[in-house]
Design a protein around this ligand. Sequence first.
Ligand code: SDX
Length: 462
Amino acid sequence: MAAKKIFASAEVAGELLGKDSVTLVNNRTGEQHHFPIVDGTEGPSLIDISNLYSQTGMFTYDPGFTSTGSCRSDITFIDGEKGILLYRGYPIEQLVDGADYLDVCYLLLHGELPSKLEGEQFAAVITNHTMLHEQLVSFYRGFKRSAHPMAIMVGVVGALSAFYHSDTDVHDPYQRMVAAHRLIAKMPTIGSYAYKYSKGQPFMYPKNDLTFSENLLRLMFAVPSEEYTINPIVAKAIDRILILHADHEQNASTSTVRLAGSSGANPFACIASGIASLWGPAHGGANEAVLNMLHEIGSVENIPKFVARAKDKDDKFRLMGFGHRVYKNYDPRATIMRQSCHEVLDELGVSDPLLPIALELEKIALKDSYFIEKKLYPNVDFYSGIILRATGFPVPMFTVLFAIARTVGWVAHWKEMYSGDETQRIGRPRQLYTGARRRDFQQLEIRKNRSPNWLRLWAGKK
Ligand code: SDX
């Protein structure tokens, strides 16, 4: 990977950089500044502005990072215009058909699909990390039975940092590897315990002769009083959903994990920060929000009313499961999910009254000029909820499943931060300050009679 060039001056940069550069003209001063263009293997080129401030005394301004690349990465590539998603170069459509979730975990972590022996060894390592420390189990007792399972996930995964603090020297590759294996392996156990706790049912122990997805199903739905039979259709559907959600380059939760990890923080605490970010309805929480929305719509006849609300600027309502920061075409995962929906429901002989509403909503929205102009297509969350409902997952557990799947993506990006040839620096964005200029302290005598308006300020009123 090319080392970063630091240029003595803009002129030198301009001569040295030639055509592989952009020139910024400051119209206030007439100064010219040159910045190198950096090319990846796929996708748009980037402008390396890492010394913009030292050259211009100015920062860039890009709230939401709509045009900003935060890092180099070899893991996942998305082409939003063409609806392409590659994990280490392999199209997601081929991976869901040819690989299982642990194969994809190996691929995301190590860059290649595993050989037979590599796959067997990796599966064995993960399998042997699935149990939780018995003391960790007592953490659940501290939650109300009605606690949202994602709140429990944030707490319990964060608490893992207290159990493994002593052996997570993030600069030791072996300890990074063990932390990665523990996180991937324990998430199904942690997530299933959140569900069991909410039901007042006993926690199940993992079984080492089951696959990752089979174990997850048994942990979720088995009870000690009888044998649990794995439905292969459901196990395959869950494995597909885990693959589809495994990684997605620099999304909000992965960027959160990278930023947390950039300070050298404990990896378990970093993943807990990713879970917190994923929980939001604009992100991974959307799958739960889609189901709630479909319930609220209630019938095909009500769809036009809700589509109108989604288009109304004064209405905060949005069609959950639609739109994406990157995909301005169909999310390839949604295409696969929709197809899976029909297969799973047919094979299980389940008819879900929400499916016709979802299909009709998609049809209406995709013909509506508002959605066409704003390039709003169904995303990965639009159909996943319907499949999960068919497999027996309760709605509050949908985002937990997303977190279980995405842990390998978070961990792969966290690992990549330590293995690139660029020294890992702490992430520390700057800002456009629009607050008060310097002013002297105001004694209480002066401000004592002002009528309180601090509550109004929370409502955004001046
Ligand atoms: C995931 O980043 C990732 O890769 C995420 C993810 C992953 O795998 O990690 O793919 C997983 O989070 C999928 C997204 C799930 N979220 C939802 O389904 C929630 C509904 N969608 C949105 O809120 C929204 O589309 C986002 C959050 C997904 C994207 O937000 P952006 O890129 O900031 O877009 P925006 O909010 O600026 O919207 C652009 C325009 C706006 O109108 P204008 O202000 O330009 O007039 O489109 C409108 C929005 O009002 N719009 C919608 C809409 N989504 C955007 N209008 C109605 N319904 C919607 N769902």
